[in-house]
Design a protein around this ligand. Structure first.
Ligand code: GLC
Length: 553
């Protein structure tokens, strides 16, 4: 079977096969020594990213924020948070990134704002029925005295999706909707001012040369006007799409918003792009976000969620191509991000225990050596597929999830909101180890905002740089070959017959990628040249949990 995602990228349309590096800025590099990563640290490390060989960076929200949800609670979209830097530093960063040949993607958060945002403060101050409240979703409570929330919707971090306000005279007032933390009130996207404001924010950053946006909770903006109750499993509620009928996920109305945004991006020079964070389970529904007049790419969470098994991985790949091929949108591949357990720690759980959150997996013992071996293979699978690839900072070092952070340092609202049953996402957000023998491992500052494990001394950039067989050097080699090997440039792939437990596919020019998920070594075609392998190929056989890129003669 041959898959084609689109015509090969010519000079423009860089996003069709870009390798994009995700920067969780608070944990990347600390330039001013306060223990929190910042724009200064990022600027100083630009040469590292250039040498790694990625095409673009996506930066998690750097806007002014009280940090109730790691910056996804934005108080002012036009200002960089003072803890992270200044507007001048931001502009200098964008210019320098471009000089290094890197594009810059910011993170836009349109579903909600911070409860400290000027609009929400005005809404609280102005009271029920005021125009200020119309920009949010305020409702009277149900039951006697309005004591019960307006509906039974649940928040993503646990608990009800509604919080009651207190009126200026001290009496209990209306409730407001927040699909995430109470500090993140949802905006009312039926309000023209909300639409106009976000279009203006996009222009503000596009005018500064930013190359695109990752759209947070892209599926969630539009709500059913009646806010009706619905029956759904708590864990599933943000992932469910019922043909546009879910009251707050993947409603058909979101597409108008993205058509308007696309028109704005298209006014600018140089291929400005959008990448949707849309948790939509049906690939055909997800493809609707990528119609030619809408967004450019969307994260492929089916691939991220697939267990380390040949069949499951192949199904995720096939489903993605099947949905995207007909509309000419490129596939994207992602293994980790700032919201999920790092993939070394997912793939290192024997029995293929999966689950995105630490709360779901932490009772299953983890084998980090196995996880690392599989992560090396997964890197060659991911970077060997046509389409664009997203790398999460630290995966190129083989970082694992820090599962034993002491409760007192946890900041993810999931910890509190789950009643201390799920530690949340801080374990994948621990500051990067750059150099040296002990924490803070060259991150900067005396004490990083989350403590790094002592064992990361073997995973620093400095340490791995010096070892030809390190994860870092595997990623560097893979990214270099991906750029220079004409066989990997096209948008096509074709599966090659392989025994159970093995996936093999060919790209152009006789380049073949083989991944062995089984335990038994797999014989490779005779005379093939090994371009790159995740584990040593001995006697022409690819060991288990390993991958190789070959050139066939
Ligand atoms: C997205 C972000 C996540 C954030 C949530 C609310 O899922 O990736 O980090 O908590 O949106 O903004």
């Amino acid at each position: 079977m041959t898959h084609s995602t689109a015509s090969p990228a010519t000079g423009g349309e860089w996003w069709r096969n870009a390798a994009v590096y995700q920067i969780y800025i608070r944990s990347f590099a600390d330039g001013n020594g306060d223990g929190v990563g910042d724009v200064a640290g990022l600027r100083a490390r630009l040469p590292y990213l250039r040498d790694l060989g990625v095409d673009a960076v996506w930066i998690n929200p750097w806007y002014e924020s009280p940090m109730a949800d790691g910056g996804y609670d934005v108080a002012d979209f036009r200002r960089i948070d003072p803890v992270l830097g200044t507007g001048e530093e931001g502009a200098a960063f964008v210019a320098e990134a471009h000089e290094h040949g890197l594009r810059v993607i910011l993170d836009i958060v349109p579903n909600h704002v911070s409860d400290r945002h000027a609009w929400f403060r005005a809404a609280l101050a102005s009271g029920p029925g005021s125009p200020e409240r119309e920009r949010f979703l305020f409702r009277d409570g149900r039951g006697p005295g309005g004591d019960e929330p307006p509906n039974g919707w649940r928040a993503a971090f646990g608990g009800p999706a509604w919080t009651r306000t207190t009126d200026p005279d001290g009496t209990p007032g209306q409730w407001y909707l927040h699909l995430f933390a109470p500090e993140q009130p949802d905006l009312n996207w039926d309000h023209p001012q909300v639409r106009a404001e976000f279009e203006s924010i996009l222009r503000f950053w596009f005018d500064q040369g930013v190359d695109g946006f990752r759209i947070d909770v892209a599926h969630g903006l539009v709500k059913h006007p009646d806010l009706p109750d619905f029956a759904v499993h708590e864990h599933d509620q943000h992932l469910t799409a019922d043909g546009g009928e879910h009251p707050h996920a993947d409603r058909d109305g979101v597409h108008d918003i993205y058509r308007a945004w696309r028109a704005i991006a298209d006014e600018y020079e140089g291929d400005r792009v959008f990448a949707a964070e849309a948790w939509v389970s049906d690939p055909a529904r997800l493809a609707r976000y990528l119609r030619p007049d809408e967004l450019h790419t969307a994260f492929n969470f089916h691939y991220l969620e697939a267990p380390w098994r040949a069949k499951a991985m192949r199904a995720a790949i096939d489903d993605s191509f099947a949905a995207l091929g007909p509309i000419g949108a490129p596939a994207t591949w992602v293994l980790s991000n700032h919201d999920v357990v790092r993939h070394v720690s997912r793939f290192g759980r024997p029995g293929h225990a999966q689950g995105k959150s630490l709360g779901m997996v932490r009772d299953t013992p983890v084998d980090l050596e196995l996880g690392t071996r599989r992560a090396r293979a997964a890197a060659l699978l991911t970077l060997g597929l046509p389409g664009s690839a997203y790398l999460y900072q630290g995966e190129e070092l083989g970082l694992w999830e820090v599962e034993d952070l002491p409760p007192e340092v946890l900041q993810d609202p999931t910890w509190e909101r789950s009643g201390h049953t799920d530690p949340g996402r801080d374990g994948c957000r621990v500051p990067l180890p750059w150099s040296g023998q002990e924490p803070p491992f060259g991150f900067g500052g005396a004490r990083p905002w989350l403590p790094q494990p002592a064992a990361w001394r073997d995973l620093t950039v400095e340490h791995e740089d010096a070892r030809p067989d390190s994860m870092l050097n595997l990623y560097r080699a893979a990214l270099r070959i991906r750029r220079t090997e004409p066989g990997l440039a096209g948008a096509e792939m074709a599966w090659v017959d392989a025994p159970e437990g093995v996936l093999a596919f060919e790209r152009g020019d006789g380049v073949r990628c083989v991944v062995n998920f089984a335990d038994e070594p797999h014989p490779l075609p005779e005379g093939a040249e090994v371009l790159l392998s995740s584990a040593p190929v001995e006697g022409g056989r690819l060991p288990g949990d390993a991958a190789v890129w070959l050139r066939l003669r």
